[in-house]
Design a protein around this ligand. Structure first.
Ligand code: ARG
Length: 457
């Protein structure tokens, strides 16, 4: 069934068919398309808009079509443009007249808007589970390496010692925000556009609430013109996935740095690294690098849908067909990254000694001594200058700060006492940061406990 009756005097050019088709990529929405059609046909029958026997025939045939596609035995045709026409055409060929009644009170405009919402909703539910799995692995890695201390950076310069677990839990916070952002998109897209028809609604006495309930939608759209032209939910999901990709990219950057010989803080399982074709010694963190690279295509999907929609007058325009490939790719890519990262992180080996060695540079504890002075009554800025001068003294004389005598120390820090000499251990520095959200082992243990309870591990 091609949508060309007497209105058209010639067939579509082959090149035009190729140019305008979406079946090559929207066929993946077949389950949602059939789900939507079954809900619609049931409603048409309940409302007495089509005969009940016809509705049953259509429903049964749609179920058969689903099985056929599941099994890979359905032949999609480019000439039939998209998934909606491919299924409707097959249905009509099979059951005849009853099939021709399915599209009563419906347009492809509200149909495709429904399918894409259902499809993205299903994918969000899958990603929700996958993010939880990733978080569980991260929390377990943190818990298994509770006592590892490494230098925390600002400006990629050694700043202050922190627990490795604290660093890892920072990513759990990010991924949890990503998860809730996706759930937030889900809430807004969970609204049924069916019944909006082409743009203005329908002349038939349809029951939109019934269809929405059948499809587990939370509500129905209030404005038919908005309903068929709105793709905010595609933009929102691409945006949430872009933010998640950015988080993955940052984690990748940390992993790549930590794996480098200069840091040598971690190792990853051989199965999750690759070698070089020329340098026999190489073991590269390719998963992290490819993940960092894939961020580009996810941002691309966001840029593309924002650009596609920006100039469109109401309501549906065919440009909107270009909404799908980007978001599908962004979802597929995100799911791959989630799956491979979860497995890769299970193999992480923490090189505690190297981390500690790097965190033991006494200069990292300069803030601790400044804060000790403040506790003795010295204004912070004054203490800060004293410490700056101590750091310079240590650099000029080449004597590390933890090897200075009390006398030497007192040249820059007149109020220094014996106990200050012991302040240059990374353990003391992390232990002292007991504030809620800080890096002290006690506090980090509390955060690990929080996540374990929340994630049920
Ligand atoms: N394949 C189209 C899309 O993806 C379906 C809607 C077509 N509607 C139309 N009026 N031509 O947007």
């Amino acid at each position: 069934m091609v949508l060309r009756g007497d209105r058209f005097t010639s067939d579509t050019d082959e090149l035009v068919a190729k140019f305008t088709e979406s079946i090559s990529y929207d066929q993946r929405m077949y389950k949602q398309d059939i789900q939507g059609s079954i809900a619609h046909v049931k409603m048409l029958s309940r409302q007495g808009i089509i005969p009940a026997e016809d509705a049953v025939k259509v429903e049964n045939q749609l179920k058969d079509i689903k099985l056929l596609i599941d099994a890979g035995n359905f032949e999609f045709s480019e000439k039939l443009e998209d998934i909606h026409m491919n299924i409707e055409s097959y249905l009509i060929n099979k059951v005849g007249e009853p099939g021709k009644r399915l599209h009563t009170a419906r347009s492809r405009n509200d149909q495709v808007a429904t399918d894409v919402r259902l499809y993205i909703r299903d994918e969000i539910d899958e990603m929700d589970e996958m993010i939880k799995e990733l978080e569980k692995v991260l929390v377990t890695v943190a818990n298994d390496n509770k006592d590892a201390i490494l230098p925390g950076f600002t400006h990629l310069q050694n700043a202050q010692p922190v627990l490795f677990a604290h660093h890892i839990l920072a990513y759990v916070e990010m991924f949890e925000r990503d998860r809730t952002r996706l759930l937030d998109c889900r809430k807004r897209l969970n609204c049924c556009p069916l019944g909006s028809a082409a743009l203005a609604g329908s002349t038939f006495p349809i029951d939109r609430e019934f269809v929405a309930k059948e499809l587990n939608f939370e509500s129905i759209t209030r404005n038919s013109m908005d309903a068929v032209s709105d793709r905010d939910f595609v933009i929102e999901v691409c945006s949430a996935l872009s933010i998640m990709a950015m988080h993955f990219s940052r984690l990748s950057e940390d992993i790549i740095l930590w794996m480098s010989q200069q840091f040598s803080f971690i190792d990853l399982g051989d199965a999750f690294c690759t070698g070089s074709s020329i340098m026999p010694q190489k073991k590269n963190p390719d998963i992290a690098e490819i993940t960092r690279g894939k961020t580009g295509r996810i941002y691309g999907a966001l840029t593309s849908i924002l650009t596609i929609t920006k100039g469109l007058p109401l309501t549906y325009n065919r440009d909107l067909q270009e909404d799908k490939e980007g978001v599908f790719d962004a979802i597929d890519t995100s799911k791959m990254v989630l799956a491979v990262y979860t497995k890769m992180l299970e193999t992480i080996k923490v090189k505690k000694e190297n981390m500690l060695k790097s965190a033991s540079d006494p200069a990292l504890m300069a803030t601790d001594l400044a804060e000790w002075l403040v506790k003795q009554g010295i204004p912070f800025r004054e203490a800060y200058y004293q410490l700056q001068s101590l750091v310079k003294y240590s650099e000029d004389t080449g004597v590390p700060m933890n090897e200075l005598t009390l006398k030497q120390m007192q040249k820059s820090v007149p109020g220094a006492k014996e106990e200050c000499l012991d302040m240059f251990r990374p353990e003391s520095a992390v232990n002292a940061r007991e504030v809620y959200g800080g890096t002290a082992p006690k506090e980090v243990a509390r955060q690990i406990q929080f996540w374990q309870n929340r994630l049920g591990i």
